[in-house]
Design a protein around this ligand. Structure first.
Ligand code: NAD
Length: 470
């Protein structure tokens, strides 16, 4: 068998990428050793009585690095999960948090389940039982390990987890912070649901603010001149598409699990969202062509490709047919290690997952801060800012006969609410992180953003370990 025929697992792909980064960056060998392993992983098997019958469920929680606490990472509900996948995703979380300066360690969890097979009542029962298993074993608490939504989970499941935690640990005054991505009415933060997608958009906007980098990619003009294809129309895919579309971008193709749709002149994403809710599919959306074999669209002519579904979707099998000049990894691990090397050789620019989809964990951090400080962001400052704006307008009127345009007056007298603060915090996080990645790219003479993002993360984690001792 040809060596290349053996398909590496997701964990092997992630490990190879991390090892490649460690080899290319001057990092303390002891720290490198620590970061190559997953610190702890728990497997739970638990029974739940569903409609009078006992079913056994399998779940995992992996903590890759606890150099900072709490550790943070999503919970995935899917039939395509196992311990190794959870370990791979946990290690990506360690580096992701470091890239965007979120002071958390890396973790991930999963439950082996097809969530579509169960009604809401059963799912609630299963989720709460899973949460209780993790809580009792020290793998879920505001101070130690804080999950968030991922594939197959949403604010609804996070709300159930919060309820399970609150009933087991009612004396914990910070119980709200045991999980992020909760419903806004139960301690969630406005903007978390859309955060990962918005962050993908911010990552692309920041890339296009650096003309010398854009030139290297072979792309011309602004972000809104580019034709974009997105794989996955779930939380991350939909919100990336919506944020880009509302800002004027042209999305020409969307792939879902049951097929893809294409229109070279652009797709109306707002109408498509409504269409998917009504029809439970994106197929046959008016003014688009159906593509039955969903993955084929990845190889269509476009400028930017955004894989936002699952890992290992660009591999040796299809890498040579990719035509995009820029790939922005909204999903975790969508490009295999070998495909990544091939794309780099061809000069295709990749904005890597540990940066591109970090908007979600950044806003989860804001939510955790909101929960542990027990106050809505902006509550203390909104009126103060409005009064200050009014005073500035009065001062301008006093000094000048000119009248300010109403749009400027409105902006001056506006006090930021929670969502404004979240959106601006997210933008700042994504911009600063990209600039640090660029600095690392230059400093360590790296030829791609993935290695530069790992360099940025590795240096921060190394410092943290060395300062505290191992
Ligand atoms: P989701 O379950 O909401 O959406 C995933 C979508 O991808 C679904 O609509 C599914 O039908 C579709 N899909 C699955 N296989 C496909 C295929 N082969 N082709 C096309 N579409 C396919 O999950 P999500 O939360 O949007 O997560 C997507 C990716 O983003 C995952 O890799 C996840 O780990 C990553 N991520 C999510 C978040 C978050 O905040 N939710 C944060 C960071 C990273």
């Amino acid at each position: 068998m040809n060596k290349l025929d053996k398909k590496p697992t997701f964990l092997e792909n992630v490990d190879m990428m991390i090892n490649q980064a460690i080899d290319r960056i001057d990092i303390d060998p002891n720290i490198a050793k620590i970061l190559k392993i997953c610190r702890s992983v728990i497997q739970v098997k638990f029974p739940v009585k569903i409609k009078g019958k006992i079913e056994i469920f399998y779940g995992w929680r992996a903590v890759h690095s606890n150099h900072r606490l709490p550790v943070k990472g999503g919970l995935r509900f899917s039939l395509n999960v196992d311990q190794k996948e959870v370990e791979a995703l946990a290690s990506l979380m360690t580096f992701k948090c470091a890239v965007v300066d979120v002071p958390f360690g890396g973790a991930k969890g999963a439950l082996l389940i097809d969530p579509n097979k169960y009604d809401e009542e059963s799912l609630e029962k299963i989720t709460k039982k899973f949460a209780r298993e993790l809580i009792r074993k020290g793998f879920l608490s505001p101070a130690r390990d804080v999950p968030a939504p991922d594939v197959g989970t949403s604010p609804r499941e996070m709300g159930w987890i919060l309820d399970a935690y609150k009933s087991l640990r009612p004396e914990d005054i910070n119980h709200m912070a045991c999980v992020t991505g909760k419903p806004v009415e139960h301690g969630g933060i406005k903007g978390r649901l859309e955060a990962t997608g918005r962050g993908v958009h911010e990552a692309l906007k920041e890339f296009f603010r650096h003309p010398e980098e854009v030139k290297k990619s072979g792309l011309n003009g602004e972000l809104n001149n580019q034709k974009i294809i997105i794989q996955g129309f779930g939380n991350v895919g939909l919100n990336s598409a919506k944020s880009l579309y509302k800002d004027g971008a042209t999305i020409i193709g969307i792939a879902e699990i049951d097929g893809a749709i294409f229109n070279d002149s652009g797709i109306n994403i707002i109408d498509l969202e409504k269409y998917k809710i009504e029809n439970n599919t994106i197929l046959n959306f008016p003014n688009t062509k159906n593509i039955t074999s969903s993955n084929d669209i990845l190889t269509y002519q476009c400028d930017i490709l955004i894989p936002a579904a699952l890992e290992n979707t660009i591999t040796l099998k299809n890498v040579d047919s990719i035509k995009a000049k820029l790939i922005c990894e909204a999903a975790n691990g969508p490009i295999s290690y070998r495909a990544d090397n091939k794309l780099n050789e061809k000069g295709i620019i990749i904005i890597p997952d540990i940066y591109a989809n970090a908007g979600g964990v950044a806003v989860s951090y804001f939510e955790w801060i909101r929960n542990t400080s027990h106050i809505r962001m902006g509550r203390l400052s909104k009126r103060y800012e409005e009064n200050r704006g009014n005073t500035i307008i009065k001062a301008i009127k006093f000094l000048s006969k000119e009248t300010l345009p109403q749009t400027i007056i409105d902006k001056l007298v506006y006090g930021a609410n929670e969502e404004d603060i979240v959106v601006s915090g997210l933008e700042d996080t994504m911009r600063m992180a990209f600039q640090e990645i660029l600095e690392c790219k230059k400093k360590y003479k790296l030829d791609n953003y993935r290695m530069a993002a790992y360099a940025s993360a590795l240096k921060k984690i190394e410092k943290s370990y060395l300062e505290l001792g191992i």
